[in-house]
Structure formats: C-alpha cells, structure tokens
Design a binder for this molecule. Structure first.
Ligand code: PMP
Length: 395
C-alpha cells in the first residue's frame, strides 16, 4: 500500500476495507431472500443514523444530485412557492433544480463564507406563503455549516416543509432529523456514510409524505416518483421483494456494512471524532497562516476545510506538490473564488493520523512553493487540539 495516496477530498472519501469487500462479493439476485434481509437491515439502520424513527427511508441508485431532485419532484407543484437558503454552489444548484418544478423560487443568498441569519429567513416566511424551503447543512463549496435547528423550528411555525441537503454532513456532523423538525434529509453514499459513489439516500418524515399524498398534480418525473419507490421500500422492509428499477445490489450490501460500522462506533462518538478532526485540521491551517473561506469560526464545517492559497501560490503549483507528498486535496469550486482556494475533506473514516499526514504533506508542498514554514508548526497546533479535546483517543 506504499504507493496508495491518501484521499482527502470532500467525496468520494476513503472507504473501509469491510465496505469494499462487501461491494466486491458476487452479485446476488435482487429477490434472493438473503439480499432481502440485507436491504431490510439497511433501511432500518438509516433511521438510526439519521435519528429519525418516524421517517421513511429511500435507497435509490444515483448520486447526491438525484437525492436533491427527489424531494423537489415529489413535494413541489407548479403553483408552489419555494425558498432556497443558499450558502454556496450547492444551494444555488438547488434553486436551479427547483426551478424545473415551479417558477416561484426565491433564493436568500448568504455573503460568501457567511450564513443567512434566522431573522432574515423568518421575515421572508412572513412575507409570502411558502410550501417548502431548502437548506444546505454543509455547503461543500464554502465549508460553511448552517445550524438547521432554528430553521426547522421556523418550518413548523409557518407550516413550511424543511428539506436539508445533508450530502456533506449526514453521519459526520451532528444531526437529529426528528428532534430538529426536519421533514426531508438526504445524502449520497460517497461521503461520511462511507460507500463508493452510487446511492442517493433520502429520509422523508411523515409531514412530507402526507403532503405528497395530497398532491393535486401527477409527479412530473418518472424516476423520482415516490409512487414507484415507496412500495419497493415498504416491501423490502416487510421481507418481500418488489420491483420498480433494479436495486444496486452490491451497493446496498456495502451500505448495510457501512451503516453497521457507523452504529458500532456510536453516533455521539462519531460526531465527536468529526468535531475533533475538523478543529484539529483547522487549527493546523491557522498555524500556517492560511485564511479560511468561512467568515466565522463557529460556521466552519467539521467535515471539510476550505483554506485560501497564501499570497504568490497557485493551485496549479501547490496541489500537484501535495499529491507528490502522497496526499490528494481538491481545488476550489465556488465560481467567485474557484482559483483562490482549495478544499480538504475529513469525513467518514478520517482519523487523527490522516490529519497529521495531510498537514505534513501541506507543509512540505508549501515549502516547495517557496513559502517559509516552520517545520511541524501545523502538526503541533493540530495535536494540541487532539490532546485537549480528546486525550483518550489521540493518535
Ligand atoms: N449537495 C452537496 C452539499 C454536495 O456536496 C454534493 C456533492 N459534492 C451534492 C449535493 C451533489 O452530489 P453528487 O455529486 O453526488 O451528485
């Protein structure tokens, strides 16, 4: 494994050998009784990971973008007004998706690196009658985390469905779907859930399902329609197969293994590991004098970091040097600053060892680009966080 680079991008992430091995097992029939049991297990475990005993899971072959489209297609009708709270590229993508289902889309955009204040959202909800609003828990283009709690409350107060894009958060950042009054929370397999790209994972709460049942018009998207998927999910959970579109058999098996691993670690322990990993990595970046995209420390995600390049350094020079040092980081994504910053994912299986290896590679690459770096300065800062926050599990 000496030549294997350490993958530290915000998805796909590194996957556990047990998950990869499950993916590589001989493919079974989707109606094999053994597979039915696996599917049933994965559905039930999703409720635990999402903290949503009342929710209906959907496991659909596809990616996070499909997971975004599923609530849009099922919950929005042409006359509905929808509100997008955008903290970056993926919020803006949501507005584009929703605009295929209604032309009444309002976007509240945060300043770059900032969040939209709750009072601002409430003022907008008071102004017009909205059917649904979307928030991005962690926008992967800015590294900004939004607190969904006050927004979920507002959704209940004003009778608006709240949809959370949890693609860069579920199974990494703290999240309690039912307690936080979130109607739909979705992710994709390749991030903190820890399964290679290929699954859209959506959990719809009872308010969302009830509203969908009362639709006046037909769901205008064949593949996304819950009329197709709900009977399949219900059948597998009840121990019998059903067919709409071929289940991603190997991926579902891998998902079941990964959800098991996640639950064995313990949700609170997992949230805490991500918290410490994120804070340690970001303390390392601060020690290197790198400014970060989130404007406020409290809004920095724990699942990824988004630092700006130092003066005089470009991504074209720095990123290949980091790769030569054995670690893979990602470039920028937000169109306004794409060439000015880079991104590091630290979610899923990321451990303290990976944080130290990545900071070491970053220091070496910065030196190669002519930046003066005190050797070990970022590692010392990261280790101080690890020791003070989490002494028992340090490296
Ligand atoms: N939402 C967020 C927050 C994301 O980070 C991503 C992917 N990076 C998506 C949606 C879209 O997911 P996918 O690329 O799997 O379609």
């Amino acid at each position: 494994m000496k030549e294997r680079p350490l993958l530290m991008i915000p998805g796909p992430v590194e996957f556990e050998p047990s998950v990869l091995s499950a993916l590589g097992q001989p493919t079974q029939s989707h109606i094999d009784p053994q597979f039915i049991g696996v599917f049933e297990g994965a559905i039930k475990k999703m409720r635990e990971v999402w903290h949503s005993p009342s929710g209906q899971p959907f496991i659909v072959p596809g990616t996070g973008t499909l997971a975004m489209e599923i609530p849009a297609a099922n919950l929005v009708e042409p006359e509905d007004r929808v509100l997008v709270v955008s903290t970056g590229y993926f919020g803006d993508r949501y507005a584009d998706i929703l605009s295929r289902y209604t032309n009444k889309v309002t976007v509240l955009s945060a300043p770059l690196g900032g969040i939209v204040e709750t009072a601002h959202i409430e003022a907008e909800l008071k102004k017009s009658e909205y059917r649904l609003m979307t928030i991005t828990h962690v926008d992967t283009s800015t590294g900004v985390r939004v607190d969904p709690r006050p927004i979920g409350k507002l959704g209940h107060k004003y009778g608006v469905l709240t949809v959370l894009d949890g693609v860069c958060s579920v199974a990494g950042e703290e999240l309690k779907q039912d307690a936080w009054e979130l109607d739909v929370v979705f992710t994709a397999s390749q991030k903190a859930v820890g399964v290679p790209p290929g699954l859209a994972l959506v959990l719809a709460g009872p308010r969302a399902v009830n509203r969908w049942r009362k639709r006046k018009s037909r769901v205008p998207n064949y593949y996304c329609d819950w009329n197709q998927w709900l009977p399949v999910m219900e059948a597998y959970e009840a121990g019998t197969p059903a067919y709409f579109a071929t289940p991603a058999v190997n991926h579902v098996r891998a998902l079941d293994v990964s959800l098991d691993n996640i639950l064995k670690e313990g949700m609170e322990e997992r949230f805490q590991r991500h918290r410490v990993v994120g804070k340690a990595f970001q303390a390392g970046l601060e020690a290197l004098g790198l400014k970060q995209v989130p404007l406020n420390k409290k809004d920095r995600a724990f699942t990824l970091s988004a630092p700006y390049y130092p003066a005089g350094v470009t991504g074209d020079r720095l990123l290949p040097q980091i790769r030569r040092a054995g670690v893979v980081f990602a470039g920028g994504l937000h169109p306004e600053i794409k060439k000015n910053y880079f991104r590091i994912g630290h979610m899923g299986s990321t451990c303290f060892r990976d944080v130290l290896a990545s900071l070491g590679a970053l220091e070496a690459a910065l030196r190669d680009c002519g930046v003066s770096v005190n050797p070990g300065v970022s590692l010392t800062a990261a280790q101080s966080v690890i020791v003070s926050e989490n002494s028992e599990t340090a490296v």
